[in-house]
Design a protein around this ligand. Structure first.
Ligand code: 5GP
Ligand code: ZN
Length: 119
């Protein structure tokens, strides 16, 4: 069922503490942890605890949780002290946009200059 944990999903396993991760924040609806292959000095992923394959599916079913994730991105940026220099939040949505893990997640990138467009 939509939203239920998926046995073969890496990020559901991180939520369940079955796969280790460096968790930096947790709320009732979200978990934030460091990306294993950071692309910037700060690279944190914020995920819903419920399983949806991407941000579009999450937004359709649980828009309040999208708001929770964005609120958390502000907290992460403040804790990481990347607000002044600027930071980027990204939902890669679909394989063609670079999505490789099909449990919705927001990237929070900062701590270095970031080019736009990203390519
Ligand atoms: P995507 O390409 O789907 O937008 O982002 C997936 C992200 O998950 C990548 O940046 C990748 O480095 C990260 N990732 C993949 N496997 C793991 C893992 O086991 N632990 C953590 N912390 N991050 C992971
Ligand atoms: Zn999942």
């Amino acid at each position: 069922m939509a939203g239920e944990p998926q046995a073969d999903c890496l990020f559901c396993k991180i939520v369940a503490r079955e796969v280790p991760a460096t968790i930096v924040r947790e709320t009732e609806t979200t978990v934030a942890f460091r990306d294993i292959n950071p692309q910037a000095p700060t690279h944190v992923l914020i995920i819903p605890k419920v399983h949806y394959q991407d941000a579009a599916a999450l937004a359709a079913a649980e828009p309040q949780i999208v708001a929770d994730i964005l609120r958390e991105s502000r907290e992460v940026a403040a804790e990481e002290k990347v607000e002044d220099r600027g930071y980027r939040v990204v939902f890669n949505t679909g394989a063609g946009a670079g999505q490789t893990v099909f449990h919705a997640h927001l990237h929070v990138l900062g701590g270095r200059g970031l080019q736009w467009p990203p390519g």
